[in-house]
Design a protein around this ligand. Structure first.
Ligand code: ADP
Ligand code: MG
Length: 566
């Protein structure tokens, strides 16, 4: 009789993996432990690529940048309480940078947590995540797993992308139900990130303002790179002739040697532009809030998917709320031929300043002082990676960030991944690993010696998965500089690191190839060989300890009180 046929069963683990696969999640970045170890095993068994890290922050940063690169949520998997909190740093950073990401975390037993009975790794994770994320959800019943995952993925990717937390208690993962019923709880998202079209009158308002400009300027942000509307961005820039400045992660959206790039005349461009069009860039601290260094009479046009972004810092005269591709389509459709142009006097003024600045920079790059300076090492890196334009550049540090950003030109969209909106340290190895995993292309991670420390242990992960990542450390033996002294006693100063550190030996412990370079020629030789090998490598570049400045280009952000030591 039918009653004797055993019902096929499923459980929370299987439903999570099935729901992720149904929605095209093909990679999970994580660190295993109670209660999610079997979840990682099962995901791997079912064909999801699982990349295991040594620290959850780094796994989270990897998921976040995978989301940015793929325009699809990156998924991180963490254990309860401490693992969850470690991952939350990355989830908050993803939210701040508008990267689509979902952190799935196991959690302890609800009835014990809620009565604070002291469970293993007890924490109310849902409440803890709330202030740092775009949204936080919890699945409390096994039959809600499909709905929870669908909701988390859609929230992360739609509108302004961001970080979403999904809490799955251990009991839900272990809960069992009939497979047929379970399958019916799963669904595939339809149009997870719908197009958002601007209103025609908003488009016309922007066109009129741009048409009236004498000194128009476009600022390209990483939102424009994220939108993957590369050809349309280029078409808009080239058909109007408007000069543009790329924010750091928008470098390469148009090649940095594009004749309309005003990157090398940035301060003049900001100071004089009368109509500024922001495309996927926020007027935050990275742009002096539209105040410091700007023409006080400048009028702003802004394309952004988030209406709340408008007027956050300066009045926006022509807000264009919508996704960048749809807005650029509408602009192209409604602009009359020749209506928007960039007067040649303005283009020539910027061109002349660019030429001056490029000549100045060339002189500084030609100098080859000993001991090695940032410029010398980074010029060597630049020349090697220019021959491999498919290389991803990951970059963090203070001086290592500022100088590399200026020295290393980008020619391909979304190939520069850096400290981003927070100017955060610790993204380095996570971003590098995800870039290599997602693309298969080589990655060069340019790291300050201090910045490297935040995620350095992941070179084991790089070696374990045999990823084509070359980590290049600008080793000046310090946070900012390596020559700071403590006037009071023999203890190292707060900014001091070990100047004699041999980072190259670290990677050898895991079977990677280590190099030590004290001259630009040695950097060139090491990087050339490392990239040719296609395997994990680390180049410790020994930089003058007195090279660099405190806080790099943003020392003005240090509050000034009474001088310490006086
Ligand atoms: P940057 O740091 O390079 O200036 P930001 O991260 O400050 O860039 O700004 C990116 C902006 O792009 C965010 O305000 C975000 O809402 C917006 N954005 C992201 N994706 C899209 C998209 N597809 N269409 C329109 N705007 C987008
Ligand atoms: Mg340093």
């Amino acid at each position: 009789a039918a009653a004797d046929v055993p019902t096929e069963l499923t459980d929370g683990y299987h439903l999570v993996v099935d729901a992720l696969r149904m929605n095209d999640v093909d990679t999970i970045y994580g660190v295993v432990g109670i209660p999610i170890t079997d979840l990682a095993r099962l995901a791997q068994a079912q064909g999801i690529r699982y990349i295991g890290f040594r620290h959850e922050s780094n796994a989270g940063h990897a998921a976040a940048i995978a989301g940015y690169l793929n325009k699809k949520p990156g998924v991180a998997l963490t254990v309860s309480a401490p693992g969850f909190l470690n991952g939350l740093v990355a989830l908050a950073n993803a939210t701040t940078n508008c990267f689509p990401m979902v952190q799935i975390s196991g959690s302890s037993e609800r009835h014990l947590v809620d009565l604070k009975q002291g469970d293993y790794e007890e924490m109310d994770q849902l409440a803890a995540a709330q202030p740092f994320v775009k949204a936080a959800y919890r699945v409390s019943r096994v039959e809600d797993i499909g709905r929870g995952i669908a909701r988390a993925l859609r929230t992360a990717i739609s509108g302004r992308p961001g970080g979403v937390y999904l809490d799955i208690p251990a009991a839900v993962l272990g809960a069992i139900m009939p497979k047929e019923e379970g399958d019916r709880t799963l669904s595939r998202l339809v149009d997870p990130a719908p197009r958002q079209l601007p209103a025609p009158e908003a488009v016309d308002r922007a066109i009129e303002l741009l048409a009236s400009a004498e000194r128009p300027l476009v600022v390209l942000g990483k939102g424009a790179a994220y939108a993957q509307a590369d050809a349309k961005v280029r078409q808009f820039i080239e058909s109007t002739g408007i000069p543009y400045v790329p924010m750091s992660m928008a470098k390469g959206l148009l090649p940095d040697d594009h004749p309309q790039s005003a990157a090398t005349a940035r301060s003049l461009a900001l100071k004089k532009a009368d109509v500024v069009m922001l495309i996927g860039a926020r007027l935050n601290w990275l742009l002096g809030h539209g105040q410091a260094g700007w023409n006080p009479d400048a009028k702003f046009v802004q394309i952004d998917i988030d209406p709340k972004e408008m007027d956050s810092n300066q009045p926006i005269s022509a807000p264009l709320v919508g996704d960048i591709e749809s807005v650029l389509d509408a602009l192209a459709e409604r602009t009359k031929p020749g209506q928007i142009t960039a007067p040649s006097a303005w283009r020539e003024e910027l061109g002349a300043r660019s030429a001056q600045n490029v000549a100045k920079m060339a002189k500084r790059l030609e100098a080859d002082p000993h001991p090695m300076q940032f410029m010398g090492a980074l010029k060597a890196v630049r020349d090697v990676v220019h021959a491999h334009p498919e290389t991803y550049i990951v970059n963090e540090g203070a001086n290592a960030l500022d100088i590399a950003r200026n020295v290393i030109d980008m020619h391909v969209p979304r190939h520069r991944l850096d400290s981003g909106t927070w100017g955060v340290m610790g993204i380095g190895m996570g971003y590098a690993i995800a870039a290599a995993v997602e693309s298969g292309a080589p990655v060069v991670a340019i790291e300050g010696d201090s910045a490297f420390g935040f995620s350095g242990i992941e070179i084991e992960t790089i070696c374990r998965y045999q990823l084509p990542v070359v980590t290049v450390i600008m080793n000046n033996g310090g946070v900012y500089r390596g020559d700071d002294t403590n006037p009071y006693d023999d203890a190292p100063s707060p900014t001091t690191l070990m100047s004699a550190a041999r980072h190259d030996l670290l990677i050898e412990a895991f079977g990677g190839k280590g190099y030590r370079a004290t001259t630009p020629a040695e950097v060139t030789a090491a990087l050339t060989e490392a990239l040719a090998s296609g395997g994990p490598a680390l180049i410790d570049c020994v930089i003058d300890p007195s090279a660099g400045t405190e806080s790099g280009h943003i020392s003005h952000l240090n509050p000034k009180g009474i001088t310490v030591g006086n």
